[in-house]
Design a protein around this ligand. Structure first.
Ligand code: AMP
Length: 358
């Protein structure tokens, strides 16, 4: 399937490229849709045979993320490989690293909340105060330094608020000690005005940035993204410039999403993701080009397009508990994306709805 001669959508005969995607969730689904629009194919690898992207991908490999032979097959059958899932074991990736055009350093740097924050500080971004915590003594020492309220998080494998506990007073410490069977990080609890994310795509010559959106979380899960940001344009520009400098200094390529806490005139790095991000789903209709399309441009070695906001945009996530709120048919300027997941769980991301005012 790799690099086949084929007739592209515009009728031109050329080499149709194949993108291998590790993960076949909704991000793989939307990456595949963007790839098809740009005349490329995808093969996805995922342990779940019912994963959403398998419904649209051109090839499928049902295998675990640490199955070295399956990853090798994905690499052999693809011209270029990317990941839509962050917790791929690094040992499994090392063999196919030459096929991963964006590199793997940003993936490794994002897999551990402690190294991620140390790296952010080292490259000029402010973070909430933090300290490594491995046992009760280091937890108590970190609380003395950081104070209440604070947040204890597992260093690895945390997502959407999983693996974290807010500590408001001495009484919470005993409960938190139970989390310490794995390495943790203690963070200052930031009483932010709002949360925001910057999404960037970099190739060897330039870095493009999507308009900065405000993010509202409920129960630790993204609920809504709203554009434009409720701040002066100069503030967004500062966030974008700092994010670009960070990406450039780290030498990261491909896509990077950085989540920030905004308080007064300052913004604090919370975490980063080297893959398309939920807070960028609005870009499919709300921007002149989307995060998925620009990542595919990067993967295909095609020039990146600088995105612009089409008009005020709002995206809300449809979790399993929200299925009844999904409109039966879209109103004007409304776009309903359901991911085709069969099993509905209250906190599972089932789809999203975007509204754009033109
Ligand atoms: P995370 O998985 O670290 O992105 O956390 C999920 C959400 O929990 C964030 O988007 C915030 O809404 C909240 N949160 C996490 N860490 C902190 C913090 N240090 N201070 C305040 N809120 C936090």
């Amino acid at each position: 399937m790799k690099g086949d001669e084929g007739v592209k959508e515009d009728g031109a005969v050329g080499t149709v490229k194949t993108i291998g995607i590790i993960g076949a969730g909704q991000l793989g689904l939307m990456l595949t849709e963007a790839a098809h629009e740009l005349d490329a194919r995808t093969i996805c690898l995922d342990p779940d045979p019912e994963a959403p992207a398998f419904a649209v991908s051109d090839g499928r490999i049902v295998a675990r993320y640490d199955d070295v032979e399956a990853l090798q097959r994905l690499a052999d059958e693809s011209d270029v490989v990317t990941y839509e899932f962050e917790n791929v074991p690094s040992e499994a990736l090392s063999r196919i690293a030459p096929k991963i055009k964006q590199g793997v350093q940003q993936l490794y740097d994002s897999q551990d909340r402690l190294t991620e924050k140390e790296n952010a500080c080292k490259h000029g971004l402010k973070t909430p105060k933090f300290a490594a915590v491995d046992d009760e003594a280091s937890l108590r020492e970190a609380i003395r330094e950081i104070g209440f309220p604070c947040v204890l998080k597992t260093r690895r494998l945390g997502y959407d608020g999983h693996g974290q506990e807010i500590l408001r007073c001495e009484g919470c410490v005993e409960r938190a000690v139970k989390m310490l069977d794995v390495p943790c990080i203690l963070e200052e609890f930031v009483k932010f005005d709002f949360e925001a994310s910057v999404i960037l795509v970099a190739d060897e010559t330039q870095i493009i940035a999507f308009p900065v959106g405000q993010n509202i979380h409920k129960d630790g899960i993204l609920d809504e993204s709203i554009l434009p940001l409720p701040a002066a344009p100069e503030f967004s520009e500062r966030m974008v410039e700092a994010s670009k400098n960070f990406m450039r200094e780290c030498g990261y390529l491909g896509i990077l999403a950085i989540e920030y806490f905004v308080k007064g005139d300052e913004f604090y790095f919370n975490e980063m993701a080297p893959r398309p991000h939920n807070s960028g789903h609005w870009t499919i209709e709300g921007a002149t080009t989307s995060q998925f399309r620009e990542m595919v441009h990067f993967l295909l070695g095609e020039p990146l397009e600088e995105p612009r906001l089409v008009g005020p945009t709002r995206m809300w996530n449809v979790l399993g508990r929200d299925m009844e709120r999904v409109p039966k048919s879209p109103a004007e300027g409304e776009y309903i994306h359901m991911y085709g997941k069969k099993e509905v769980r209250p906190l599972r991301k089932m789809g999203h709805v975007t509204t754009v005012k033109r």
